[in-house]
Design a protein around this ligand. Structure first.
Ligand code: FE2
Length: 249
């Protein structure tokens, strides 16, 4: 299995503070059968101003520590870019996901669709492919009401319209964006509405890959366990999505 979204590098975002905090998280991921983990720290202007050089340095240190500890995880670099007005500057020398052309991005909770789309068009214009982190958690894709999973599914399947959120999703797909789901969303970790949207998106075939979005939180192991178990029980796509076969091979 490949984890496409993980805050495992120490001391550079809201992930583990120290190397010693990274190691138990790495052991948990290895224990579930992950063999490759994309380390994707936040890049947020004024808060976590990470660069590819910083990621590369921390990743090499952590990879060495994993080897020393006998933890068999292959680490790949990445970044989770925040789509605010400062984002375009990051496109000068972006940190892509591993050896791919994918750029992992997240929408600020306050962001309007216009700003998000403007930023994503710039990504595409540079020849990169936006990989949208946990779209099920994006307020912009949540129709008014509770969760709106049914409306959204209808829209995805072309059986009706779901208003602005459905149109935004259409536009993102037309642009060539890909979508990464969080294991915790399927475990109900972010609440019922997010969980409903995650299953609706999954059934509609929206996702190309999945990620643990691990942070050093109490309950991390249970979250991953529940997410993986439910995915394997309820979806035939689980194995393929967990290998990220459609986009990374
Ligand atoms: Fe994240």
């Amino acid at each position: 299995m490949i984890d496409c979204h993980c805050h495992l590098l120490p001391g550079i975002d809201d992930g583990p503070k120290t190397l010693e905090e990274s190691l138990p998280m790495a052991r948990i991921l290895e224990g579930f059968g992950f063999v490759e983990v994309h380390c994707t720290p936040h890049c947020i202007h004024g808060l976590y101003e990470n660069t590819p050089a910083i990621v590369g340095e921390r990743l090499a240190e952590l990879q060495q520590a994993l080897v020393r500890e006998g933890i068999r995880l292959r680490l790949k670099p990445g970044m989770e870019y925040y789509l605010d007005s400062h984002f375009p500057a990051s496109l000068e020398r972006p940190q892509l996901l591993g050896d791919s052309r994918l750029l992992l991005v997240e929408a600020p909770t306050w962001a309007e669709a216009g700003l998000v789309l403007e930023n994503l068009r710039k990504v595409v214009a540079r020849g990169y492919v936006p990989l949208l982190a946990h779209p099920e958690r994006w307020g912009l894709l949540a129709p008014p009401g509770q969760g709106g999973a049914r409306h959204l599914l209808s829209r995805l399947l072309g059986r009706g319209r779901a208003g602005a959120s459905g149109e935004l999703l259409d536009e993102l797909q037309r642009m060539g964006c890909l979508f990464q789901g969080n294991l915790g969303s399927f475990a109900g970790h972010y609440g019922k509405d997010v969980e409903k949207r995650a299953w609706a998106f999954l059934r509609a075939g929206l996702y190309s890959c999945l990620g643990s979005d691990s942070h050093p939180r109490h309950g991390l192991e249970e979250m991953i366990d529940t997410g993986l178990r439910r995915l394997h029980e309820r979806s035939e796509q689980a194995t393929e999505l967990l290998s990220a076969a459609r986009i990374l091979s």
